[in-house]
Write a protein that binds this ligand. Structure first.
Ligand SMILES: [Zn+2]
Length: 151
């Protein structure tokens, strides 16, 4: 790391600490030549999450799409915007964990996660989302899903 003062490239780290909720490392460096002290940061570049659709095309993950879907399902239910926000954050973090080495997940993984969250939060919202998401082919399928929940 080049010294900003004398341009010599030798410096030693005099202090190092984790900052920004464990996502960055701040280093205090000292130029071994002139003794000038400066700070450098090491952090992870923006994590990109990609989504592979049913037809094989890949697009960037859109948080708002997931949030809108959940909001529609939760309409007129006793679910606060904060709760919805928390659900979206949890889904996003789960997706990052589940993504493959190129940072890609499948749309079906998103759908399943949303359903899982809604199922644990509000049964009506879950049924609404599931009925749209799964595009139930017949009434029987939908009714059996409904009965499982009412049980
Ligand atoms: Zn220097």
């Amino acid at each position: 790391m080049k010294c900003p003062k004398c341009s010599k490239s030798d410096s030693k780290v005099v202090d190092s600490r984790v900052v920004r909720d464990d996502t960055a490392i701040r280093r205090r460096r000292e130029c071994t030549d002139c003794g000038y002290r400066f700070t450098t940061y090491e952090y992870i570049e923006k994590i990109e999450l990609m989504v592979e659709k049913h037809d094989g095309t890949v697009e960037e993950f859109e948080r708002d799409k997931v949030k809108n879907g959940i909001m529609i399902a939760c309409r007129k239910r006793q679910i606060t915007p904060e709760k919805i926000e928390t659900m979206v954050n949890e889904i996003y973090n789960d997706l990052i964990t589940k993504s493959d080495n190129s940072g890609t997940v499948k749309t079906s993984q998103i759908g399943e996660l949303v359903m899982e969250k809604l199922k644990n939060t509000d049964e009506v919202a879950y049924i609404r989302f599931a009925s749209v998401y799964r595009k139930f082919k017949d009434v029987k399928e939908f009714m059996s899903e409904l009965q499982n929940i009412i049980k």
